[in-house]
Design a protein around this ligand. Structure first.
Ligand code: GTP
Length: 264
């Protein structure tokens, strides 16, 4: 809808939503859900696929790295394994990324959101030069937000939860962009526990203390570090499968885009 809550400024441009997450967190399913949602609600969306190695996508990408770079050819040509092939393909694509930005700029008036899918192996995007170049190219041209997709049922264990949050934290500090934690698969496990742990680190510490493999002093220090991190982000619970929480997701995107406009 174009209810226009005084944010005409960033409304002139699309908001870029970069979707990252561990393999299996449900990025592709979520992207598909977000694309369906934009069609349903008459939101003008555009989709960029940055995964050179994905075989089939459940949605139609407007810009697809696979149209420009043939990952299997790159593997052969440079004598690389699968991960080196994906990384090199992304590097090759990054050198032409100004063209992608131009294409989006030309359509800016007709777009509300640009959804960006990233490679299944998260570190290929978050810890590579090309990932940084691509993120920077977006963020210097459009309001840009990052969403980190969390596999909620697989994060119910405090140890796993903390590792996951530390990873999310590294993404926040690397990109310095507004970050939304998207707790996916709430149809399987509600994300209430996560909200409680993020709200009060003592609740998290109590949960973690039942885990003997944990060094309690490390847990204590890390949960204090994370407490600061939690203050700097938004979190939503969604189900990519059922569609629960998708409206809340877009609200968080709007709020994050405003944050971008104020701070970047
Ligand atoms: P890529 O690695 O980029 O292909 O995506 P991904 O591995 O992050 O996730 P994908 O979308 O392939 O989903 C992984 C598995 O989780 C699939 O079996 C999905 O059906 C399942 N899944 C994804 N979202 C949900 C959800 O909201 N609820 C449930 N129950 N399952 C989900």
């Amino acid at each position: 809808s174009s209810s226009g809550n005084g944010s005409a400024n960033f409304r002139r441009k699309p908001v870029i939503i970069i979707v990252v997450g561990m393999a299996g967190s449900g990025k592709t399913t979520l992207l598909h859900r977000l694309v369906c949602h934009t069609h349903l609600k008459n939101i003008r969306g555009y989709v960029v696929n940055l995964d050179p190695a994905v075989m089939t996508l459940p949605y139609a990408a407007n810009i697809d790295v696979r149209d420009t770079v043939k990952y299997k050819e790159v593997m052969k040509q440079f004598n690389l394994g699968p991960n080196g092939g994906i990384l090199t393909s992304l590097n090759l694509f990054a050198t032409k990324f100004d063209e992608v930005i131009s294409v989006i700029e030309r359509r800016a008036d007709q777009l509300d959101y640009v959804l960006v899918d990233t490679p299944g192996q998260i570190e290929i995007f978050t810890w590579s030069a090309s990932g940084a170049i691509i993120t920077e190219a977006f963020a210097s041209t459009f309001p840009t937000v990052v969403t980190y997709v969390v596999d909620t049922p697989r994060s119910e264990d405090p140890t796993t939860f903390m590792s996951n949050m530390l990873y999310a934290c590294s993404i926040l500090y690397k990109t310095r962009l507004p970050l939304i934690l998207t707790f996916n698969k709430v149809d399987v496990a509600a994300h209430q526990f996560a909200l409680e742990w993020m709200e009060d680190f003592e609740v998290f510490q109590a949960a973690a203390s039942s885990d003997r493999s944990y060094s309690s002093s490390l847990t204590q220090s890390l949960s204090l570090v994370l407490d600061e991190f939690y203050n700097n982000l938004k979190s939503v619970g969604v189900s990519a499968v059922s569609g629960a929480g998708i409206d809340a997701f877009f609200k968080a995107v709007e709020a994050s885009a405003e944050e971008y406009m104020e701070n970047y």
